[in-house]
Design a protein around this ligand. Structure first.
Ligand SMILES: Cc1cc2nc3c(=O)[nH]c(=O)nc-3n(C[C@H](O)[C@H](O)[C@H](O)COP(=O)(O)OP(=O)(O)OC[C@H]3O[C@@H](n4cnc5c(N)ncnc54)[C@H](O)[C@@H]3O)c2cc1C
Length: 483
């Protein structure tokens, strides 16, 4: 969802922001109180939160997630309930293991590969993810794709988006912008996620990605190496583990991060298909209603990406019948501009998904660090953010190159300094990620406002007269030398 920071300056959102800030603080403060702990010779596995001591009454059934467990100093092993580090026989040794073959995992693997380092990527699915339709990448994303050598390959397949048009729900145009008028170096394209993933994966050596490998457990051995077990029985001992396992990251949970928090709205997404060619100008089109907004953007000569964001107190049940999702999406915008409805109609059912929007605010001194020993997080696994600034994937790409450079330098020059390289990655990236996550949340909340007076001020004053796009896209500045 490209460039939706239009109402960031909405003064009325201030009180909202404040309350969001407070609720986040409370939520995270309770759930996530400690920094990750050092290893010790006395290991115990936690069954609940890392703060509370392990419960003797909670049996560790075979089905119970191992990820609620982690090692901590100071508690005595409870032999009847817990399994301590298993004998490390039949364990394959790997230097760098990446868990998750999404954008973060593949971009990290490719960055390391460009720097001469081999890694093994393990993905739970049996192939690259094809759902998720499309993503808008801004110039920071393109800088990284250029640095890792796939920018031009992707550019040739996706249209450059010239600007954006903002409309009200009756179709009246409120404002339009041209990206290059605001910033000559801006580059915006919506890319198909499947093609982005395939392009990254195709640059990796054969066998760099192993599918059908769902991480089942993670432990630290006494020498600081990491033992990983996968549902398919694979056991690996890794010197460095990079968790790129997405918003519900089991590795983040193991490191003590709280669950991402639902922000009160969901998104429908889909990809309209026009075999004879789509008719739209290369612009992002936004339509703002009350508690409801939608948008569409041409992706390629034959495809148009669309989304709808709607308020909902809880994420609701998962609906797997995509024809039902299509019906629900159309119902939400049935009286909105007809081109939106026709793009939805032309979307094959299997492109349509509904996603509850979540984020996690990385409060200083409260939230764990990005790394814990030789385990480190990249992308959504570390910083899930709402898509209101179109920055989740862009930031995952940035993370990948920053981490790869630091790790490669450490391994090549002074292998003992790997842990400090991972810490340095976290310190460098945190000031970038934390404000963006908050900003994306505030923008989303302001755009989902339902109050008619506030919406009227937004549509009649803020958007047409006050908003300036340039300053609002300053966060897309990111310099990145080729690897
Ligand atoms: C509605 C919506 C719109 C968005 N629009 C944009 C946009 O326009 N621009 C933008 O930059 N970003 C956007 N984003 C954000 C973007 O999609 C994410 O930031 C990005 O996909 C993060 O990539 P990732 O690799 O960190 O995580 P993912 O893409 O989630 O990849 C994680 C991978 O890990 C695997 N995995 C998970 N658990 C395990 C396990 N136990 N074992 C092995 N593998 C595992 C998963 O199968 C998956 O392949 C949007 C997000 C949403 C929800």
């Amino acid at each position: 969802m490209a460039g939706q920071p239009l109402t960031l300056s909405l003064s009325l959102s201030l009180s909202l922001s404040l309350s969001l800030l407070i609720s986040h603080k409370l939520c995270i403060g309770i759930a996530n109180p400690e920094q990750p702990m050092a290893t010790s010779s006395s290991y115990v596995l936690f069954l609940k939160s890392p703060r509370s001591p392990p419960s003797l009454t909670t049996p560790l059934s075979q089905n119970q997630s191992w990820f609620q467990s982690r090692m901590i100093k100071g508690f005595k092993p409870i032999s009847t309930v817990l399994s301590v580090i298993k004998a490390q026989t039949n364990v394959r040794k790997e230097d760098i293991v990446i868990v998750g073959a999404g954008i973060a995992g593949l971009a990290t693997a490719l960055s390391l590969h460009r720097l001469g380092l081999r890694s093994l990527v393990l993905e739970q699915a049996d192939s690259l993810r094809t759902s998720g339709t499309s993503l808008t990448l801004f110039k920071n994303g393109w800088r990284v794709l250029d640095a890792i050598g796939v920018g031009n390959d992707l550019r040739s397949q996706f249209l450059e988006i010239q600007g954006m048009v903002v409309k009200s729900e009756d179709g009246t145009e409120m404002r339009s912008f041209k990206f290059k008028d605001e910033d000559e170096s801006q580059e915006v394209r919506a890319v198909e996620r499947r093609i982005l993933l395939e392009t990254l994966a195709n640059q990796l050596p054969q066998d760099a990605v192993q599918f059908s490998s769902k991480l089942a457990s993670i432990e630290r051995s006494e020498n600081g190496e990491i033992l990983l077990e996968f549902v398919n029985g694979t056991r690996l001992c890794a010197k460095v583990v990079i968790g790129c396992d997405g918003i519900r990251s089991p590795i983040a949970k193991w490191m003590g991060f709280s669950e991402p928090r639902y922000v009160g709205h969901c998104a429908f997404r889909g990809l309209g298909f026009y075999p004879e060619g789509q008719p739209y100008e290369p612009k992002v089109n936004y339509i703002y209603g009350r508690g409801l907004r939608a948008g569409y953007v041409p992706v390629s000569p034959t495809k148009v990406y669309w989304f709808i964001c709607f308020n909902r107190p809880s994420p609701g049940p998962k609906i797997s019948d995509q024809s039902v999702l299509k019906k629900q999406a159309k119902e939400l915008v049935r009286n909105w501009p007809s081109e939106l409805l026709s793009i939805i109609d032309l979307s094959p059912d299997d492109t349509i998904i509904r996603t509850p929007l979540v984020d996690r605010w990385l409060w200083p001194a409260i939230s764990p660090s990005a790394s814990d020993g030789k385990v480190v997080l990249v992308g959504d696994a570390w910083h899930p953010m709402t898509p209101n600034l179109g920055q989740g994937a862009c930031c995952a790409l940035e993370d990948a190159v920053v981490l790869a450079r630091k790790l490669a330098n450490a391994i090549k020059s002074e292998p003992a300094s790997v842990e400090s390289a991972l810490r340095s990655y976290g310190s460098e990236r945190w000031p970038r990620i934390f404000p963006l996550t908050i900003r994306a949340n505030i923008v989303g909340s302001a755009l989902q406002w339902e109050n008619p007076v506030v919406c009227s001020v937004r549509n009649n004053v803020i958007i047409p007269k006050i908003v300036r796009l340039g300053p609002l896209l300053e966060h897309t500045n990111f310099e990145c030398e080729p690897l």
